[in-house]
Ligand binder design. Structure first.
Ligand code: S6P
Ligand code: ZN
Length: 192
């Protein structure tokens, strides 16, 4: 094989645009979002305790890769959430939680590092909980609100993959919450 031919073959194989190694998502197209505690105002039960806390501390960070335009039917998005440890009163740090704007859109979550609980609530407000740990895989059906709670002292990292046209509906959860909460009761995460 002559050198030119060899170079052509090699140059037609490109490197990945994004890498996902050791719980980190890296690449030029990855968008990094930071959610501070103050942005979660209203989701915790103990508002008095919430107001005493440092609102500028980070509650979670999300790295998102959108290989197609937002709203593309048939496309997929990929995300990595880094949820910090902490409590507001006896309630653990958690994500805001949402339904999808296109309500029937499903999603996968999977545990990468740390331990926590995935709360799932259907349209009739029935809430169930799944333990999340490295390697756990969670199918979130359509019409189901989802929120993750960090129940341990370290970081909780989890992956997510969802349809590019799913969108977000945060209003229902901001206004009505989930029908159950995860609380630290005598150092045991409990669904209440
Ligand atoms: C998107 C997916 C995740 C969350 C992220 C933060 O459909 O479920 O990427 O956006 O975990 O949670 P939240 O509830 O603040 O969007
Ligand atoms: Zn979602």
């Amino acid at each position: 094989m002559n050198m030119n031919h060899k170079n052509n073959i090699q140059s037609s194989i490109r490197n990945p645009l994004i890498t996902f190694i050791n719980g980190q998502l890296t690449g030029a197209d990855v968008v990094h979002q930071v959610k501070t505690l103050i942005e979660l105002n209203g989701i915790f039960e103990d508002q008095t305790m919430f107001e005493k806390m440092n609102g500028s501390q980070i509650a979670y960070e999300v790295d998102v890769w959108c290989p197609v335009e937002n709203g593309t039917e048939g496309g997929l998005f990929f995300g990595l959430t880094h949820l910090y440890p902490g409590q507001v009163g006896n309630e653990y740090f958690m994500t805001k939680g949402h339904f999808h704007a296109v309500e029937n859109r499903a999603e996968y979550y999977w545990g990468i590092e740390g331990e926590g609980i995935l709360l799932l609530m259907d349209k009739d407000r029935n809430t169930r909980a799944e333990r999340m740990s490295p390697g756990s895989l969670h199918y979130i059906p359509g019409f189901t609100a989802h929120r993750v709670v960090n129940t341990r002292a370290g970081m909780l990292r989890f992956g997510a993959c969802w349809p590019a046209d799913a969108g977000y509906n945060y209003d229902i959860i901001m206004n009505e919450g989930f029908s159950k909460r995860i609380k630290n009761i005598d150092n045991v995460p409990s669904l209440i």
